[in-house]
Design a binder for this molecule. Structure first.
Ligand SMILES: NC(=O)c1ccc[n+]([C@@H]2O[C@H](COP(=O)([O-])OP(=O)(O)OC[C@H]3O[C@@H](n4cnc5c(N)ncnc54)[C@H](O)[C@@H]3O)[C@@H](O)[C@H]2O)c1
Length: 383
């Protein structure tokens, strides 16, 4: 055990003689990420505190007087205070260990000339898959069934998803992957709400529908609807995949829950505050046939009172991206974001990030895989 060079916060130090100091607020899986940072000449200090969520004061202590870059977690509040501290310590790079960055005040980072990285491209299918697992578990009452079997109370009943309508709120990377799983696998029609059309998804499902028709089967369809309310009213299953911001906080509230079918399934593997969880608990209590599958919670890691007692909720502890390949890939992307920035390398502009996470170490591109404020900071881009 060592201690942060500035304070009494316990850290594990790697590559002690490295000229650039990078702080990692929680240990990360795999080894490639550490190799990336040490190869870039960084002394890496990994916080070993057992607290799962670090507060701003502790992170400031970790940053100390000299710190070139930080890899942080989505449970941390990265705003003016921390970016000011990082800049004061000479830092120029921060990467979230997540694709979502609602915990990061990006303009505050930009004001302090700090690049903000995230980790898209390795968790799309993994997260969509868990959302699909929650959908099926909630719709087909898998968890209740398991409990009944173990309790010696075998009974038979249940609805069927085949040929029903799936609604997507936020048809970006993950929402589109989820839509395809249900259109292709379960032949469900897709309706979606997103401020922007997803033409690639529409073209794909349109072509798949034609293929089905050519084989004598019913074509699946896809339609972008004008409002989120339209999706809630039409769909049998609604899965949330929008990013969390001021427009999507409590997007699903009591009024909108009331517009959904009484036996609908709602899934959230996006961010907890997209749903007003107190209103959701009341809705679940009043509508026993309504079901929900949740990976994320409004006051994570806590749940709102009453949720744990709702038999019609399937709840898992934010594990949607928790496969070993995805989580170590995220660590590598976060390390490459920081290492490349500290080495003055450009920003990768291709959505394919596999060259960073798979393949020979020596062939990792000399670039930051994803910097969300690259344009504002006028960073050079490379393909
Ligand atoms: N549970 C997990 O472990 C986990 C893992 C990965 C990502 N996520 C969450 O999933 C989100 C989506 O990830 P992604 O990679 O698909 O991002 P993305 O940027 O590709 O997709 C987000 C989509 O939401 C849309 N959107 C924005 N505002 C909206 C609104 N008001 N209504 C409807 N749609 C809106 C955007 O236009 C975009 O198409 C992330 O922001 C993150 O918060 C959760």
């Amino acid at each position: 055990m060592a201690f942060s060079s500035a304070t009494d916060v316990p850290v594990q130090v790697h590559n002690e003689g490295g000229s650039k100091r990078v702080v990692v607020t929680k240990n990360l899986p795999g080894e490639r990420w550490l190799k990336v940072l040490t190869a870039a000449g960084c002394r890496v200090e990994v916080c070993t505190l057992e607290d799962t969520i670090l507060d701003v004061a502790t992170i400031k202590k970790l940053i100390g007087k000299k710190c070139d870059g930080v890899i942080g977690q989505l449970t941390e509040d990265w705003s003016h205070e921390l970016f000011g501290a990082l800049r004061g310590a000479g830092g120029t790079a921060y990467s979230n260990y997540a694709v979502g960055y609602n915990n990061v005040h990006v303009p505050a980072a930009t004001d302090n000339s700090i690049a903000v990285g995230n980790t898209p491209g390795v968790l799309t299918e993994t997260t969509a898959e868990l959302a699909a697992a929650l959908t099926l578990a909630a719709a087909r009452r898998v968890v209740e069934g398991d409990r009944f079997m173990r309790g010696g109370q075998y009974k038979g009943w249940l609805p069927d998803l085949f040929s029903k309508i799936v609604g997507i709120v936020g048809a970006g990377r993950i929402g589109a992957a989820y839509a395809r799983m249900f259109a292709e696998g379960h032949k469900m029609d897709i309706v979606y709400y997103d401020p922007y059309p997803n033409k690639h998804l529409e073209d794909f499902i349109g072509a798949y529908g034609k293929l089905l028709e050519s084989k004598g089967e019913r074509a699946v369809t896809i339609e972008q609807l004008p409002t989120v309310e339209d999706v809630l009213k039409r769909a049998d299953v609604v899965s949330l995949h929008c990013n969390l911001d001021e427009n999507t906080k409590h997007l699903i509230n009591a009024e909108r829950l009331g517009m959904m079918k009484p036996d609908a399934v709602l899934v959230n593997a996006a961010r907890g505050p997209v749903i007003d969880e107190t209103a959701l608990v009341a809705h679940l209590q009043a509508n026993p046939d309504f079901r929900v599958g949740l990976d994320v919670f409004e006051d994570e890691p806590a749940m709102k009172p009453g949720l744990a007692e709702c038999e019609n909720a399937v709840i898992v502890p934010h594990i949607a991206s928790a496969s070993l390949w995805t989580r170590s890939g995220m660590a590598t992307l976060a390390a490459c974001n920081v290492a490349a920035r500290l080495s003055g390398h450009p920003v990768w502009s291709d959505s394919d990030v596999l060259p960073f996470v798979d393949g020979p170490f020596e062939k990792i591109p000399k670039a930051s895989p994803s910097i969300v404020n690259a344009s504002d900071l006028k960073l050079e881009k490379v393909k």
